[in-house]
Design a protein around this ligand. Structure first.
Ligand code: GLA
Length: 414
């Protein structure tokens, strides 16, 4: 049976790879660097704000304190509203209040990543990969439970924030890389234990989605090099979903999650069609759009990607939304004008999504921001989030709530 599955995979993967072609890399964004625990110290606003060339316009409509909450507004469309949560946010009362008021879904910024849950000493002792939850992860899980949060698991198979010793003989990088069979056995054990340890700790039921694989494809439509790929081979992604499908409870949707998604449409579209069992049923449930975007991104291209992915009949989620001012390596300053453009971007993006959800052309079950306050963001120099450095709502906040009157549509000068 398994042999048959592998044969099936090989044919479909070969077809997919042929179809992928050699698309030019359009956006050489490096994989986001592993997030350091973000210090809560406020980074000053960029000081080099260009001098206005025209007399300033009359003051815009002030942004009010909003009574609407993200979870209520998105809930009307059947979506959960989420944020990532760092250990700092989990322990900070101002962040806690904001999260409790606004969100009903949490993704851990780091604390369920491979380098957090894989234990080298225990693995050496057991002769198998050992998954264990650290005290800070358990504390965050308990906070979610106490506050009725649903959780998106993030992430199992990834090239980054993954300890390299897992790929070596005796779990020691001074030796050789293991072969395919050993690594497949380790992958199966790792995926199985991930769900087991969460269940044993009493938290698995909070999880409604899990990013089984993160960032495995490059912008040019080829597979990203990693030791998962070099030890197991090109079917490692199929294997990961096969094991996740085998061990995860039915109520957890299994996701593939990626960034620069709008530049990888063809490769991803072909790839998802290979993730099926021998009866033709998907091993995957959903596609995660990280949505690390820029105000200068092409919205039409983004929606074209979304509409194409929706044709696959899988669920879609925005999993790490933030919208930087400017574009990659060309930061826009936090001027009122740029912040208005950002407010418009959030409005156009989220209302465009909700229109599709309402029309039934896109099935989306959650929309997660990668944080909420600029000073806590991994891309804080781009001011990508909803609250400014003083924790005041930005146009982006109103835009994300689809409150057009406050989203910065008036008085923008180009
Ligand atoms: C990627 C990952 C996230 C996070 C960000 C940077 O998008 O999926 O987990 O590491 O990079 O914060």
């Amino acid at each position: 049976m398994r042999k048959w599955k592998l044969g099936f995979f090989a044919v479909t993967l070969a077809l997919a790879l042929t179809a992928c072609g050699t698309k030019e890399e359009k956006n050489a964004t490096p994989t986001p660097a592993p997030t350091e625990a973000v210090q809560p110290t406020a980074t000053p606003e960029p000081t080099a704000t260009p001098k206005p060339t025209k007399a300033p316009k009359p003051t815009a409509t002030p942004i009010p304190e909003f009574t609407e909450t993200f979870k209520d507004v998105y809930g009307e469309y059947g979506l959960k509203a989420g944020t990532c949560m760092s250990e700092f946010m989990c322990n900070d009362s101002r962040s806690q209040e904001f999260m409790k008021k606004n969100f009903n879904s949490i993704t851990f910024e780091n604390e369920l990543k491979p380098d957090y849950i894989l234990d080298q000493e225990a693995s050496k002792a057991a002769g198998d990969l050992v998954v264990s939850l650290r005290p800070n992860t358990l504390k965050m899980l308990q906070w979610c439970k106490d506050n009725g949060m649903a959780v998106r698991g993030h992430t199992i198979i990834w090239h980054s924030q993954t300890p390299q010793w897992i790929f070596y003989d005796n779990f020691d990088t001074s030796g050789n890389l293991v072969g395919r069979d050993v690594m497949l056995a380790r992958m199966e054990s790792y995926i199985k234990q991930t769900f087991e340890v969460l269940e044993e700790a009493g938290y698995l039921e909070m999880f409604y989605a899990y990013d089984v694989v993160n960032e495995a494809w490059l912008d040019d439509g080829t597979m990203r090099p990693s030791n998962w790929l070099s030890t197991i081979g090109e079917d490692y992604l199929w294997q990961a979903f096969y094991f996740a499908d085998k061990y995860a409870p039915e109520y957890i949707d299994l996701y593939y999650n990626d960034f620069n998604e709008q530049f990888k449409t063809e490769a991803l579209y072909n790839f998802f069609q290979t993730l099926k069992d021998e009866e033709g049923n998907y091993l995957i449930d959903g596609i995660g759009f990280q949505a690390h975007l820029y105000t200068k991104d092409d919205m039409d291209l983004y929606f074209a990607h979304m509409d194409k992915m929706a044709e696959l009949g899988l669920k879609l989620s925005l999993t790490e939304l933030d919208v930087c001012l400017g574009k990659y390596q060309d930061i826009g300053y936090a001027t009122d004008q740029n912040k208005k453009i950002q407010g418009q971007f959030y409005y156009n993006l989220i209302s465009g999504i909700m229109d599709r959800v309402k029309a039934g052309t896109v099935e989306m079950n959650s929309l997660t921001f990668w944080g909420f306050a600029d000073e806590l963001s991994w891309r804080q120099e781009y001011n990508p989030l909803l609250l400014d450095r003083k924790w005041q709502p930005k146009y982006a906040y109103a835009g994300a709530l689809m409150l057009k009157d406050y989203a910065g549509f008036e008085e923008v000068t180009e």
